[in-house]
Design a binder for this molecule. Structure first.
Ligand code: HEC
Ligand code: HEC
Ligand code: HEC
Ligand code: HEC
Ligand code: HEC
Length: 230
């Protein structure tokens, strides 16, 4: 069952043999820091550059699709954070200023143009993060099975600043893996969170539709340790 232990424990015997007490203290301190609930709890909302990327505005009001920015979410385990050039497509001097030209807006979006011109990435802080001893979380597998982003991130289209909506604990993963049916939606609705939100108001109907999708798509969500741990 060695696979279930956090990777860092592999290094422990070596460190102890070497008598590297300070190293051990640092490791334990680090693990303790990351293991404190604050970093991993529901509601975690770190301070972000420019006050945070506003999904409520871009998704909720302007109706942008997740895949415009999180381009690889259907084809890769990682949901990528967009490069500033995607933002610049709308927030360049001449483009957006044409449509929303107010000093307040100019000021709020200046950090985008600065980042683009100086070729420096915007230092967004990671919000959702699984511990290292959990395998790379496969976004594409979930999205292609018809699990909407809303099931795991809440309705991002209502969040002016992104915060962690679910515990991301092991029992949370397993609760869904044991009974994924009610969470499955039409594939073209996976990123249309406001439509899914409306459907969720009628759990009985979702369950019926979900059962159909479950059979059609031959869904098999793993419960064996090796699927999620090294
Ligand atoms: C115009 C670009 C854009 C669009 C469209 C967009 N996002 Fe984002 N998203 C970002 C940026 C930039 C960040 C990083 C900043 C942050 O975390 O606040 C981000 C962060 C996130 C995060 C948190 C990442 C983390 O650090 O854990 C989630 C979850 C997310 N987006 C989901 C969505 C979903 C779901 C949609 C569609 C409903 C969507 N996004 C649409 C640009 C976008
Ligand atoms: C498709 C065009 C488009 C893209 C791409 C886009 N934005 Fe915007 N953004 C807008 C528009 C339009 C507004 C103004 C909306 C309004 O005020 O109603 C806006 C507003 C903003 C604001 C001001 C928010 C506020 O509270 O008033 C910031 C900051 C911002 N965007 C950052 C970004 C970043 C960072 C990215 C890239 C991750 C990005 N935008 C990508 C169109 C876009
Ligand atoms: C089944 C649950 C689930 C679904 C569905 C899901 N996510 Fe995630 N998402 C997660 C988890 C868990 C993480 C943290 C992964 C990690 O730490 O490896 C995450 C992380 C992210 C990140 C941060 C990536 C980074 O590199 O900073 C973004 C962005 C994101 N998700 C966007 C989306 C979008 C967009 C969708 C829908 C198209 C979506 N997610 C659907 C569970 C989910
Ligand atoms: C809301 C439901 C839901 C949640 C929450 C969820 N999953 Fe899943 N997961 C699924 C479904 C459905 C599948 C099956 C996909 C298929 O059959 O194609 C799946 C499949 C997987 C797979 C197998 C992918 C493959 O290539 O076959 C892994 C690994 C996985 N999930 C990890 C996780 C982890 C880790 C978490 C928690 C952080 C998690 N899941 C949370 C619904 C969920
Ligand atoms: C669907 C994915 C998934 C499966 C299957 C899974 N785990 Fe986990 N496990 C996780 C995630 C995610 C965490 C991290 C939880 C957190 O951060 O709170 C975790 C954490 C753990 C931990 C750390 C302690 C704890 O409870 O937080 C242990 C030990 C563990 N898992 C053992 C197992 C064993 C043994 C099995 C097989 C019976 C298993 N896991 C199956 C996703 C999974």
């Amino acid at each position: 069952m060695s696979t279930i232990f956090p990777k860092w424990t592999n290094g422990l015997p070596t460190m102890l043999a070497g008598g590297a007490v300070t190293t051990l203290a640092t490791v334990v301190g680090g693990v303790w820091y990351f293991a404190t609930p604050k970093f991993w709890e529901v509601g975690y909302m770190p301070e972000q550059p420019g006050g945070g990327f506003n999904h409520q505005l871009h998704v909720g009001k302007l109706g942008m699709d997740c895949k415009y920015c999180h381009t690889y979410v259907e084809v890769s385990p990682e949901a990528n954070i967009p490069h500033v050039s995607i933002c610049y497509g709308c927030h360049s001097e001449n483009k957006l200023q044409k449509y929303v030209d107010s000093p307040a807006h100019r000021e709020k979006t200046e950090f985008v143009r600065t980042a683009y011109k100086t070729d420096m990435p915007i230092e967004w802080k990671r919000v959702h993060k699984l511990p290292d001893y959990v395998r790379n979380f496969p976004h594409h597998a979930h999205v292609n099975a018809g699990v909407s982003c809303i099931s795991c991130h809440g309705n991002i289209g209502r969040q002016p600043v992104v915060w962690q909506h679910e515990s991301l604990s092991m029992s949370w993963c397993l609760d869904c893996h044991r009974n994924p049916e009610p969470t499955l939606v039409a594939k073209d609705q996976v990123t249309r969170l406001f439509e899914v939100e409306q459907q969720m108001a009628d759990p009985a109907a979702m369950k019926v539709a979900g059962k159909k999708y479950y059979e059609e798509r031959q869904i098999a969500a793993p419960e064996n340790c090796g699927a999620c741990h090294y």
